[in-house]
Write a protein that binds this ligand. Structure first.
Ligand SMILES: CC(C)(COP(=O)(O)OP(=O)(O)OC[C@H]1O[C@@H](n2cnc3c(N)ncnc32)[C@H](O)[C@@H]1OP(=O)(O)O)[C@@H](O)C(=O)NCCC(=O)NCCS
Length: 136
């Protein structure tokens, strides 16, 4: 969905930003593509499918002259011995820990910008999301 730069930089929770599953807050006048979800069937992971989908997404953004950002789950947080999602995300960014979602998105070019502590009801991620921006 597209959002304005103001909405992107406010870094609010998932529900407030999107408006809900049908994405009523999509704003065709926005200049930031807010990546909502991407999922590869477990049987086909690790074969470069997400990389191809990301190349298409980023090409679309270049063509439309919009920026690209997303907020990423941290599903490995619950299994880590760390108390704080920010500490966990920094360990993933520093390549000390591997996360099944944040690690691939960083490999796909996402640059870590920080954490939204109460992003969504998501026990695995400590309810947090990692803010990622791409150099389009
Ligand atoms: C994240 C996801 C989309 C990756 O899809 P994929 O098709 O397996 O990814 P790719 O094969 O294109 O891999 C992209 C890069 O991430 C790396 N990678 C993929 N899965 C990884 C994992 N579990 N741990 C570490 N690195 C991983 C790959 O090695 C590759 O890096 P490289 O090209 O430098 O070697 C997939 O695991 C998935 O659907 N997860 C569940 C949903 C989700 O978390 N979506 C993302 C947030 S919306």
């Amino acid at each position: 969905m597209l959002v304005t730069e103001e909405v992107w930089h406010a870094h609010l929770d998932w529900q407030t930003t999107t408006g809900g599953l049908s994405l009523p807050n999509h704003n065709p006048q926005g200049y930031v593509m807010y990546g909502i979800d991407i999922s590869v069937h477990p049987n086909f992971r690790g074969q470069g499918i997400a990389r191809l989908l990301y190349e298409k997404r980023l090409q679309y953004c270049r063509d439309r002259k919009v920026q690209y950002g997303t907020v990423c789950r941290l599903p490995g947080f619950i299994h880590s011995k760390l108390d704080d999602p920010l500490q966990y995300a920094l360990a993933v960014v520093g390549n000390i820990v591997t996360d099944p979602t944040l690690t691939p998105l960083i490999k796909l070019g996402g640059v870590f910008q920080g954490i939204i502590p109460e992003y969504m009801d998501d026990q695995e991620s400590g309810n947090a999301g990692a803010i990622l921006e791409w150099q389009v």
